[in-house]
Design a protein around this ligand. Structure first.
Ligand code: BMP
Length: 266
């Protein structure tokens, strides 16, 4: 199964150039930690990115929660991504018709396609959402340098995703002419897809298992990697609210990486 293969070997199987890049980055930098930088001030995000940069392969944003968003925020974030060697993912969770997502991706205040290596999208509208996103690219933002993660499951309790939806999401991720744009799947379990060239991104990770007050469900780093098939674990508040951010980021990195090493060694 894909979970027994190393990130290096899976890089060679990836159809998406960005997935290839990310698998290789994870293997070389030895980290499978993604920071969910869910803070509402630009400087606070940049400070977190600088502190956690050495320990992460990916930094995930929700730009629409940044109260003082500006172009210089993006320039500074990109500089940190280059300095510390991590990729940027805007967790936009696109969910509309192709024409609309194309505009939302390329235009507006945030011009996501200009700076985010990766974005996320729901599969609810069907495969036209992937085509719509690709349609926004061209010129400097070529489809070769961008990719999407499709949501096949969610960590929220009571979410409406069922087995059929999961299976059909897997089909969109692995079949058809646009699979070179699909870098991975956001999900909670290893049975969401089998193709080893895709990356499983799993949010809802915390050292203490449990729930928050708004339906979020947490599992430990070891559990998501070894039992649930996560290739990258997403940690937000587990790091953001820690008294020592660097130490905590390092510890999440160590635990996620050790779990991956045990997984491929078996
Ligand atoms: P936290 O670790 O603070 O709960 O943050 C989780 C992050 O992952 C949030 O940015 C959220 O939007 C995202 N996320 C999630 O929690 N569950 C999903 O199913 C999909 C997500 O993208």
């Amino acid at each position: 199964s894909r979970t027994k293969l190393t990130y290096e070997s899976r890089a060679n199987l990836a159809k998406s150039p960005v997935a290839k890049r990310l698998f290789n980055l994870m293997a070389t930098k030895q980290t499978n930690l993604c920071l969910a930088a869910d803070l509402s001030e630009a400087d606070a995000i940049l400070d977190m990115a600088d502190k956690c940069g050495p320990y992460i392969c990916l930094l995930k944003t929700h730009v629409d929660i940044v109260s003082d968003f500006s172009e210089s925020f993006i320039v500074n974030l990109q500089a940190l991504a280059t300095r510390h060697n991590f990729l940027l993912m805007e967790d936009r969770k696109f969910a509309d018709i192709g024409n609309t997502v194309s505009l939302q991706y390329g235009q507006g205040l945030y011009k996501i396609a200009n700076w985010a290596d990766l974005v996320t999208a729901h599969t609810l509208p069907g495969r036209s959402i992937v085509q719509g996103l690709k349609a926004a690219l061209g010129g400097a933002n070529s489809a070769k340098e961008r990719g999407v993660f499709l949501l096949a499951e969610m960590s929220a309790s009571g979410n409406l995703i069922d087995e059929k939806y999961k299976e059909n999401s897997n089909k969109i991720a692995t079949e058809g002419g646009d699979v070179d744009f699909v870098a991975g799947v956001v999900c909670q379990s290893a049975d969401c897809f089998a193709f080893p060239g895709l990356i499983q991104l799993t949010p809802g990770v915390k050292i203490d298992e449990g729930v928050d007050k708004l339906g979020q469900q947490y599992q430990t780093p070891e559990h998501v990697v070894k039992e649930r098939g996560a290739d990258i674990g997403v940690v937000g508040r587990g790091i953001l609210q820690a008294s020592n951010v660097e130490k905590t980021a390092a510890s999440y990195r160590d635990r996620l990486w050790a779990a991956y090493q045990e997984r491929v060694a078996k």
